[in-house]
Design a protein around this ligand. Structure first.
Ligand SMILES: *Cc1c(COP(=O)(O)O)cnc(C)c1O
Length: 381
C-alpha cells in the first residue's frame, strides 16, 4: 500500500551510526566489551535500522528495556547477548525467556521476582546484580546493608540464577562524580565477586555509559553500555561522533502580516514590524515539544529562523522575514544539519532546558522514519 505523504519525518543517517560504532570501538581498543543500547526504540532512531548495523559490526551485546525491542532485535537475526537495562516486571521477565535475555536485578524483592520466574519455568536466568555504588539510589542493592548482602549472597547461591554481571549506573555526567563512583564500584563489586568463591566463572563488571566510558577510561571495567554515543549525541572524543537524526518538515504556507498584528493563540505575540511568517506543519502532537514555542530556531535555506510564540497541536510558525528567498515547499530542519549549519542537541537544551533525548526519542516514534539515503533520493526528485 502506498503510504500517505507526511508533513514531517525523521531522517536517520545509518552511515553516521555505522561510523560512530567504529569510532567508539577503536577508542575502546578491545579493553572493554561494547554493549550497544537500543532502548526507547533505539533512542527514536529505530531498532530496525540500528540492529543490522550492530550485527554487521560484530557487536556482541545489545542493551534494551522493552520486550518488543528484544523480540525485534532477535527477529532481525541478532544471536548475541541481550541485556535488559532496568528491572523487568514479572510478566516481562517471563515473556522474555523465549528471547534468551539477561535480566537486571534491581533490589531485594526484585531478586526474588527474577528467581521465582526462573524456578516456575524451570530455567536458569542469567542475571546482572545492580549495586548502588554510584549513589543513583534507584535500583541498586546497597552493599553493606544487611538485607542487600543477604540477597546478594542468596542470588549468588541460587541455582535458578546465574550471576553473569555486577553493575551500577551513574547519576551525573560529571568527571569527578564518575571517578568517585567508579572507585566505590571497584571495591564493592570486588567484594560481591569475592562471595562467589574460587573457581566460579567471573561475572563482568560494568557501570559506564557513553559519558563515563569516553571521558573517564577508569570507568570501563569489563563492559561499557553505549547509547547516546551511537547516535552521535555526545561531544566526547573531540566531537568525532556524528549526530544521526534530523527532524524535517517543509513550509506549507507563507504570509506577510503588518506591524501590530497579534500572532497565534492567546494574542501573546504582537508584531513590532511587518513580518513574513511561514507555516510549518508540525506541532506538539508530533513531539515538537511545547517548550520550544517562542524559543527555538529552525533552518530554512541554511539560515536560522525563530519559532514565533506558542506551538499548535500540528502547526508552528516561523518568522522568515530575514530569509528573502524562502518559499512554500522549502525544507525546514528543526533538528540536525542543513547546509553549513545545524540545530544541535546543545541548541535544544538551550531552547527548552530539557535534554535533547527527551524530545528526539518521541519524534522518532511519532513520525515516519526514513534512512537518510532514501530521504536524499526523495528530495533529489
Ligand atoms: C540508557 C542507559 C545507558 C546508556 O546511556 P548513554 O548515556 O545513552 O550512553 C546505560 N546504562 C543504563 C542502565 C541505561 O539505562
Amino acid at each position: 500500500m502506498r503510504r500517505s505523504p507526511s508533513a514531517g519525518w525523521v531522517e536517520v543517517d545509518t552511515e553516521a551510526i555505522d561510523r560512530n560504532i567504529r569510532t567508539i570501538r577503536a577508542e575502546l581498543g578491545g579493553q572493554a566489551e561494547f554493549c550497544a543500547v537500543v532502548k526507547a526504540d533505539g533512542y527514536g532512531h529505530g531498532v530496525e535500522l540500528v540492529t543490522p548495523l550492530l550485527i554487521r559490526n560484530g557487536i556482541g551485546v545489545i542493551g534494551f528495556t522493552s520486550n518488543d525491542e528484544a523480540a525485534l532485535v532477535r527477529s532481525l537475526g541478532f544471536t548475541g547477548r541481550l541485556m535488559r537495562l532496568r528491572p523487568g516486571t514479572r510478566e516481562e521477565i517471563d515473556d522474555a525467556l523465549r528471547h534468551g535475555v539477561e535480566e537486571w536485578v534491581g533490589g531485594v524483592e526484585h531478586a526474588c521476582v527474577v528467581a521465582t520466574v526462573a524456578r516456575e519455568r524451570r530455567r536458569r536466568i542469567r542475571a546482572h546484580l545492580s549495586l548502588n555504588s554510584t549513589g543513583l539510589s534507584r535500583d541498586g542493592l546497597a552493599v553493606g546493608d544487611r538485607s542487600s548482602d543477604e540477597v546478594i549472597l542468596s542470588a549468588i547461591r541460587d541455582p535458578a540464577l546465574r550471576v553473569v554481571g555486577v553493575c551500577s549506573h551513574f547519576p551525573c555526567e560529571d568527571r569527578a562524580d564518575v571517578r568517585e563512583g567508579s572507585a566505590r564500584f571497584d571495591r564493592e563489586s570486588d567484594e560481591v565477586i569475592g562471595l562467589l568463591g574460587p573457581g566460579a566463572p567471573r561475572p563482568q563488571r560494568h557501570c559506564a555509559t557513553t559519558f563515563a566510558a569516553l571521558h573517564e577510561s577508569g570507568s570501563r571495567f569489563d563492559m561499557v553500555r553505549i547509547g547516546a554515543g551511537l547516535y552521535g549525541d555526545s561531544d566526547a572524543l573531540g566531537g568525532a561522533l556524528r549526530p544521526a537524526l534530523r527532524l524535517v518538515s517543509s513550509i506549507a504556507a507563507i504570509n506577510v502580516y503588518p506591524a501590530g498584528s497579534t500572532v497565534g493563540y492567546e494574542r501573546r505575540h504582537r508584531l513590532t514590524d511587518q513580518a513574513t511568517l511561514a507555516v510549518v506543519p508540525l506541532g506538539y502532537a508530533d513531539g515538537y515539544h511545547r517548550s520550544l514555542g517562542g524559543r527555538a530556531e529552525v533552518l530554512v535555506r541554511g539560515k536560522r529562523a525563530p519559532v514565533v510564540d506558542r506551538l499548535a497541536m500540528n502547526t508552528f510558525i516561523v518568522d522568515v522575514s530575514g530569509i528573502l528567498d524562502a518559499r512554500v515547499g522549502d525544507e525546514v530542519v528543526a533538528y540536525g544539519a542543513q547546509g553549513a549549519d545545524a540545530i544541535t542537541a546543545a541548541d535544544i537544551e538551550r531552547f527548552t532546558g530539557h535534554i535533547a533525548a527527551d524530545l528526539y526519542t518521541a519524534w522518532g516514534r511519532l513520525l515516519p522514519r526514513v534512512p537518510a539515503t532514501i530521504a536524499e533520493r526523495a528530495t533529489a526528485g
